[in-house]
Design a protein around this ligand. Structure first.
Ligand code: NAD
Length: 318
């Protein structure tokens, strides 16, 4: 069976053109790969094309790409509602469809049947394990997760998660491919639900809900505290680096009693359940802890994009 080295990869297929899929397709097209983007409706694909154009304009306005390169990048992305057309010539496939295990298993079984033998299949799942997603496919040595963070064209890290069946070759080709498009890949040694990033975020949001539920502080205050304190540090130093500055003896003394008081429930917080049951979903329903007018949503998105762009510009200077 032909092996798939990074320098032999030219054609990428992205399955699912939503929030993540369009940005992942854009990342590959920016580096000159031929990209096929697939979704189930033309409307989704049109939205994806519009959003990619907007993203590229933003990058050009901030000198992160040449404005003159935009037409070529857009031309490098073909779209189709036919999955077999998208993947027929693909060397590497990234799946970014909705987070549903049964659906992902079906799609991976179809991809396995449709793709060439050398093609690697990667899922962008937030929390599922590659052994679960690939359970109905045969080429388990060529299946893994590549977990991007939103927005994928502004956040550098991609977690690479292998199953016990994924070959070293698949992991190393994936590492090199992601490096070739300017990402920072992190290889996760052992598959686990939620890998590293989502596990840590889940722990943080569990305690944040618990703080609000107990009346210790409001959601606004939690956000204010995180944004203006350890949130700032975490963008430049990881938690182990930060606490090694303090010393583990101090950490032990400070946390020994505190841990007993933290939320360690394995269930969903009742407040989170109530928010979902009452339709307080956040931006998508217009309200959550905050009221989300169009202006307020846009202001938050702009604030985040500007800060993430500044971080990339800063890195490029060094
Ligand atoms: N949103 C995030 O912040 C984020 C971050 C990292 C990973 N993820 C993961 O990425 C994946 C996609 O998330 P999203 O936020 O882009 O979702 P989304 O709902 O914005 O997009 C999903 C897209 O997949 C399409 N789709 C659904 N079933 C399909 C099928 N059978 N074939 C082809 N297309 C299909 C939908 O039409 C939709 O356009 C999920 O697994 C999610 O957990 C999301």
């Amino acid at each position: 069976m032909a092996e798939n080295r990074t320098n032999e990869i030219t054609n990428i297929a992205v399955i699912g053109a939503g929030l993540m899929g369009h940005g992942i397709a854009q990342e590959f097209a920016c580096e000159g790969y031929n990209v096929y983007l697939h979704d189930v409706t033309e409307e989704q694909l049109n939205n994806a094309r519009t959003q990619i154009s907007k993203n590229l304009t933003l990058l050009a306005e901030n000198d992160l790409i040449e404005k003159a390169s935009i037409p070529d990048i857009l031309q490098g992305i073909q779209t189709t509602t036919l999955m077999d057309a998208a993947v027929a010539d693909a060397d590497y496939v990234v799946e970014a469809i909705s987070e549903n295990l049964q659906l992902k298993q079906q799609v991976f079984a179809k991809l396995d049947a449709m793709c060439q033998p050398h093609t690697i299949l990667a899922s962008n799942t937030t929390a599922l394990m590659p052994s679960q997603i690939g359970a109905k496919a045969k080429r388990t040595d060529k299946i893994l997760n590549t977990h991007y963070f939103n927005p994928p064209y502004l956040i550098p890290l991609v977690e690479i998660i292998r199953s016990p069946h994924t070959s070293d070759e698949t992991v190393s080709v994936t590492f090199d491919l992601l490096t070739s498009i300017g990402k920072t890949p992190a290889i996760i040694e052992k598959e686990a639900l939620g890998f590293v990033g989502p596990r840590l975020q889940a722990a943080l949001i569990r305690e944040a809900f618990s703080i609000v539920e107990q009346g210790i502080a409001s959601a606004e205050t939690v956000d204010l505290v995180v944004r203006n304190s350890f949130g700032r540090r975490l963008s430049v130093a990881g938690p182990f680096e930060v606490f090694e500055l303090a010393g583990w003896d101090l950490v032990l003394a400070a946390f020994e009693d505190l841990y007993k008081d933290l939320n360690s429930s394995s269930g969903i917080n009742p407040l989170l359940r109530e928010m979902v049951d009452t339709g307080k979903l956040g931006v998508k329903s217009g309200a959550g802890f905050y009221q989300w007018t169009d202006e307020r949503q846009q202001a938050l998105r702009d604030r985040m994009s500007e800060a993430l762009i500044r971080a990339i510009q800063q890195e490029e200077k060094h």
